[in-house]
Design a protein around this ligand. Structure first.
Ligand SMILES: Nc1ncnc2c1ncn2[C@@H]1O[C@H](COP(=O)(O)OP(=O)(O)OP(=O)(O)O)[C@@H](O)[C@H]1O
Length: 354
């Protein structure tokens, strides 16, 4: 097992126990949903005009990274419409029949939330096209030349699809969504509001600068903000009087090895190795991964996106390089011969040397 396995700053969902707490922290109304102003305003118009016309709203596609609030928003959509919500996900729909079973039992106006919609099986996807457009599916009975398609009407419903990979969605599916919302990372001010709100719900006392400290280390992601808050709360209860101040949040997060920019041990190990062992690069992904005792995929998928987003690491055709900001962040000085010239060849495409 990797020594970096348990990541406090992972944006992936938690285990079942933590998910219960996460659910309790979800805002229930559009007005309580913090940040994403443009998405919120546009969505509010879509929903309220449909309500006014007494029709089901257009299908909604939510795209954005894990932990940014897609499930929360789907629940809010159903609540705002006063409609029941059915939840499923792309990977759970392995055959067209799985989807037909869901669609044929929807009640009128129901909201169907399909998480990870880009991972749905192809035949199901094709069935979904017709369902979205005409509220009808063709159920195929029998096999081979004798197979017949029986058309089946389904109740008008609203599909809310969520995807972390909007680019992987086939055009015909994407085009059938009347409203596509792209969810961005949150800025520190918005995360601070989220942290304060969650602290209130968890009955934890937090000073404004304590909330800012947690927010600043949360990698633009509400799920991480809420998780860090819970760990800082533990620390405050055991080591202090339960109140989260700035100093306390700093001490707690230092203990948990999450630094001021939200980097954890793996992130820093990647940067430190790149700088200390390879003079800042360029170095190939596999070599870099071996140097930190990780699989190349872990370094590429887990650590790199955030480091690139932070401007600390760059992918170039000749390999990975540490940027001047990375040297500064780790308090190291680049060697005089450091090939910073490679910076001028930065390539942000994903098809660089592996
Ligand atoms: N805008 C927001 N305001 C307040 N809390 C939020 C907001 N967005 C997300 N959260 C909180 O962050 C947590 C994660 O959100 P959610 O499960 O909706 O993310 P997600 O995008 O669906 O993630 P995944 O793609 O992994 O399913 C929830 O506990 C939710 O309360």
């Amino acid at each position: 097992m990797s020594e970096y396995e348990e990541r406090l700053v992972s944006s992936d969902a938690d285990g079942p126990e933590e998910q219960v707490i996460e659910a309790a922290l979800r805002p229930k109304k559009l007005d309580d949903f913090i940040g994403q102003h443009r998405v919120r305003e546009q969505l509010s118009l879509v929903l309220h005009s449909a309500l006014r016309r007494g029709r089901t709203p257009d299908h909604v596609l939510l795209s954005g990274g894990p932990g940014l609030g897609k499930t929360t928003l789907a629940m809010i959509i159903a609540a705002e419409l006063g409609a029941p919500l059915r939840i499923s996900s792309g990977p759970a729909i392995e055959r067209a029949g799985d989807l037909a079973a869901i669609l044929s039992t929807l009640s009128e106006g129901e909201v169907l939330f399909l998480d990870e919609i880009h991972r749905m099986a192809r035949p199901a996807e094709e069935m979904l096209y017709m369902a979205m457009e005409d509220f009808r599916v063709d159920v195929v009975v029998g096999k081979g030349p004798g197979a017949t398609a029986i058309p089946l009407d389904i109740a008008p419903f609203t599909l809310v699809g969520a995807t972390t990979r909007a680019g992987m969605l086939p055009g015909p599916l994407r085009d059938r969504f009347g409203f596509v919302a792209h969810m961005d990372f949150y800025d520190p001010g918005e995360l601070e509001v989220i942290v304060k709100r969650s602290a209130g719900l968890l009955d934890v006392e937090i000073a404004p600068d304590g909330a800012a400290e947690v927010a600043g280390r949360s990698r633009g992601t509400p799920r991480i903000a809420n998780r860090l808050l819970r760990r800082v709360r533990d620390y405050a209860e055991v080591r202090a009087d339960g109140v989260i101040t700035k100093d306390l949040a700093r001490s707690a997060l230092t203990l948990y090895e999450v630094d001021e920019r939200g980097l954890d041990r793996l992130d820093r190990a990647v940067l430190a190795s790149l700088m200390r062992k390879f003079g800042g690069g360029p170095v190939g992904l596999s070599t870099l991964a071996v140097s930190v005792g990780e699989e190349p995929e872990t370094v590429e998928v887990v650590a790199e996106p955030f480091l690139v987003r932070q401007g600390l690491l760059a992918r170039t055709p000749r390999g990975r390089i540490a940027t001047p900001a990375a040297w500064a962040h780790l308090g190291l000085t680049p060697p005089p011969s450091s090939p910073m010239a490679a910076l001028f060849e930065i390539d942000d495409g994903a098809d660089e040397e592996r």
